[in-house]
Design a protein around this ligand. Structure first.
Ligand code: FE
Ligand code: FE
Ligand code: ZN
Length: 295
């Protein structure tokens, strides 16, 4: 299985530090942000220690294809209200694609955007316009649109909305989907019937567009439209349902990324990855994570 979590990419070791963090969790995949996820401030990629990281990855057999980049949250291609917000989104995404190429990362996860009171149709059409501007002459890069929980004015809350965007994008080889289990659960897709959900995805969007998964439990009940992640097995989706998704034969080739919450500022990923690998729920996850820091 290609399994990991989001890891931090920060000074001084950036990509090299990110890989080492992933390896410390027992992961063979990871998701990075090219800087703080809430901002568009970015340092030069020359500081990222890319050659050192690649050398290290080669030496331990960590596959570069298992690295995913996530664009920052504040990028909003769907904003028809403020032209400068849209322009910033287009400009930043172009730069992000360049950073991805230097990192030799192929998949960039993107929150489609928010329509900010202009209505979803206006938002979706603006997102299509932005993606066509950015992806026009691209190849060897895939923007994976993340399925959203449907809070506020988020676009991409249903498979139909994601499909609508993909239909509008001209350069189809550069577009894909990131399925977030917490988000689709909160959007009303019943993951206790995963075979049904996967069939719907295939019928509406096409399974070949699925490029990466975010595996999170949810603090909220089905259809809550909230987007609050929970640790694996501790939320409303539940351990068995998440295991079924993680081990689904049609999804085995895809990278799966945990974005579950830290426990008292300590990342729980080593323990959660162990649970997933052994398929055994650990009711003492919290205690196990906390006890690590006591000695
Ligand atoms: Fe995301
Ligand atoms: Fe996500
Ligand atoms: Zn989320």
């Amino acid at each position: 299985m290609k399994l990991g979590s989001h890891v931090s990419m920060s000074a001084p070791d950036y990509l090299l530090g990110a890989v080492k963090e992933a390896v410390s969790y027992g992961a063979n995949a990871m998701m990075i942000y090219s800087g703080a996820p809430q901002t568009t401030k970015r340092v030069s990629t020359s500081l990222f220690k890319i050659p050192e990281a690649h050398q290290y990855m080669d030496s331990i057999g960590f596959d570069k294809e298992n690295i995913i980049l996530h664009a920052p949250y504040i990028i909003n291609l769907g904003n028809t209200v403020k032209p400068e917000t849209y322009a910033l989104a287009v400009d930043f995404l172009k730069q992000e694609i360049n950073r991805a190429k230097q990192l030799q990362v192929k998949i960039i996860v993107l929150h489609p955007g928010s329509h900010v009171q202009a209505g979803s149709e206006a938002g979706l059409n603006k997102i299509i316009e932005g993606l066509n501007t950015v992806l026009n002459d691209e190849k060897d890069i895939i923007i994976a649109l993340e399925t959203m929980a449907g809070k506020g004015s988020e676009c991409g809350r249903s498979f139909e909305e994601i499909k609508y965007i993909i239909d509008g994008v001209q350069n189809k080889q550069c577009i894909g989907v990131c399925l977030d289990t917490c988000h689709i659960w909160d959007a009303g897709y019943d993951l206790t019937q995963f075979e049904n959900v996967l069939d719907q995805f295939d019928t509406i969007i096409g399974l070949h567009y699925l490029k990466v998964l975010h595996i999170n439990d949810s603090k909220n009940s089905l259809g809550a439209s909230k987007d609050r992640h929970e640790n694996i097995g501790f939320g409303h989706i539940g351990f068995e349902n998440l295991i079924e998704i993680l081990y689904h034969p049609k999804l085995m080739h895809l990278v799966k990324i945990l974005e579950t919450p830290y426990i008292n500022d300590i990342p729980p990923y080593k323990e959660e990855i162990a649970m997933i690998k052994t398929k055994k729920f650990n009711a003492n996850l919290r205690e196990d994570v906390l006890s690590k820091n006591e000695n």
